[in-house]
Design a protein around this ligand. Sequence first.
Ligand code: AKG
Length: 292
Amino acid sequence: MAAVEQRAPETMGDVQVFSPLSKNQAGHDAIAAYQRDGVICLRGALEEDWLAVVEDAIALYADKEADHDPANVVVLGDGDDGAFQYASMMWKKNPLFRKVIFESHVPDLFGSILETSKLNLFYDFLLLKHPGCRSASTPWHQDLSYYALHGTQIINCWIALDDIPVETALRFARGSHVSPEVYRSIHFDPDKAYEGAIVERRLPPNFDQEPGAEVVTCAMSRGDALVWNARTFHAAPGNHLNRRRGALSLNFAGDDVTYFDMPGDSDPYDRGEGLVEGSSITCETFPQLRSW
Ligand SMILES: O=C(O)CCC(=O)C(=O)O
């Protein structure tokens, strides 16, 4: 993995930050900012008791499955001191990740931002940038490029598992979610490619090199959550610090989301059971968590 040149933190604006109205409700101002900017930060979205369950889940996953599970990837970049570890669909095998998703308030809190009458789990994604995984930068991309989904009510709720200073924080192209255009899936490792990527789609712009682009970022404390629309462009640096930079990303879908019979590779790799073009995504793999 090669490091990409990113713009300096002082040239970036701020992601709008909110304290949730209650445990289950983000609040009107947060929803309005999400709709306008395509990204917000919610302070204290996950409390310490649930964060402790996530840490136990990570330990369980690492001990029992890390070596043999294709969904658990550990990459050590050239010259790096630490690895980039990522895993998805953990809830299917790991009871503690399942507990966080199915028994905590998170579907209520994050679902409130989508203003939807039902909420499906799409997938969970764990990202651990261990100390010194300097080259594990994430290029500008839209999550929707990788999804076998149609629709607009798709959110990534990225919960910080560590305090994250701006030096290792995600950055976003503010308001980039409003365009209906979906760009091409690109591999986070520049030496690899997605099999069957839709070449009719344009390659993602590099907002670091566009002086006029409004790029926003946000330092986070453990338990804060960034919430963004699947069309919002974002990117991230590697971890050049001497401490872990971890996140649990929970991805949810609302009312207008249907299955896209996408050619080629998708993320998550799992396509659910019996889904056809244009159908509801509700199935064993993408269960409905709430209806209001
Ligand atoms: O945490 C990162 O470095 C990248 C996260 C990201 O791009 C994503 O979850 O879509």
